[in-house]
Ligand binder design. Sequence first.
Ligand SMILES: C[C@@](CO)(OP(=O)(O)O)[C@H](O)COP(=O)(O)OP(=O)(O)OC[C@H]1O[C@@H](n2ccc(N)nc2=O)[C@H](O)[C@@H]1O
Ligand SMILES: Nc1ncnc2c1ncn2[C@@H]1O[C@H](COP(=O)(O)OP(=O)(O)O)[C@@H](O)[C@H]1O
Length: 295
Amino acid sequence: MIIERAPAKINLALHVRRRRPDGYHDLETLFAFARDGDTVLVAPAEEWSLTITGPFAGALGSPAEVEAVSPRLVPATAGEAFAVPDNLIEKAANAFTRVFPDIPPQAITLDKHLPVASGIGGGSADAAATLRALARIAGVASGDPRLTAMARPLGADVPACLLGRTSIGTGAGEELAVIEGRPGIPLLLVNPGVAVSTAAVFRAWDGVDRGALRDGNLIERALAGRNDLAGPARLLAPLIGEVEELLAAAPGAILSRMSGSGATCFALFETDADRDAAAGLAERRGWWTLPTSLA
Ligand SMILES: C[C@@](CO)(OP(=O)(O)O)[C@H](O)COP(=O)(O)OP(=O)(O)OC[C@H]1O[C@@H](n2ccc(N)nc2=O)[C@H](O)[C@@H]1O
Ligand SMILES: Nc1ncnc2c1ncn2[C@@H]1O[C@H](COP(=O)(O)OP(=O)(O)O)[C@@H](O)[C@H]1O
């Protein structure tokens, strides 16, 4: 059994620079990762299957209780693991089997702890963890260019999640330069329970280029930065503004901001106690929280 962690991705800053003719946007973003997230487990089996467990299993199609005992078993077409892939894990497995058709069938389990469509790249992290797990099974090196080539078509965030390191992302987010991280900084994620569509948030962007990322260390750059999707996301989900206010006012918060296209917001804290106090306030509002730290 191979176990791959699929940690939450945070955009410490996200500058949208221009709309492109292909419908995507050129970005400059500071990618960082949390110590916690989803988990992908892969074990040899008679046929390819995907089982989803965990608190957010129900958000991905069917109730957790049912998924836990009844794997999604879909007969595959030649060369593909899953016939009708709708989960990013199935799409990742299909991309892998197209390039490495000799890999034997695997039973994949996703333990889903991250809210879906929430700006912390849960689906992208799951897809990347699947590619890493299948690569280990097939004896493919983690930096193999065929692996990185599979990542981008699965989503703009998947290359960053495959790399899994603190980095600056440019292009649509897939051109990556590793930078020094700040592992261990207390981190809190808060989601008010609204799912927002990434495409809809980009569509609501006003088209104004507000400038590049600044120089400096990770925290200096993040503090001088912005999330240009926060305004558009707030138009679609006004509750995001309340989360931002709670985190901005939290004692000991060094930096707070929305991540990605939202609605999850994050804050970095001076101490674990400050983080846990803010988590308590958010939980009293009925919001989802993940008290963790930067990886
Ligand atoms: C906004 C970001 C920031 O890290 O994160 P999330 O909110 O998804 O976590 C990412 O750019 C999202 O990456 P990902 O979720 O993988 O995007 P994709 O599936 O490739 O694209 C979904 C849609 O978002 C829009 N999109 C995405 C990336 C980009 N650079 N420009 C875009 O315009 C496009 O409309 C696209 O059809
Ligand atoms: N394993 C998965 N986890 C989460 N979402 C998934 C997964 N597979 C497919 N999706 C779809 O991908 C979309 C984006 O999900 P996610 O990566 O969680 O959000 P975001 O891109 O905002 O960070 C969701 O709307 C969901 O329907």
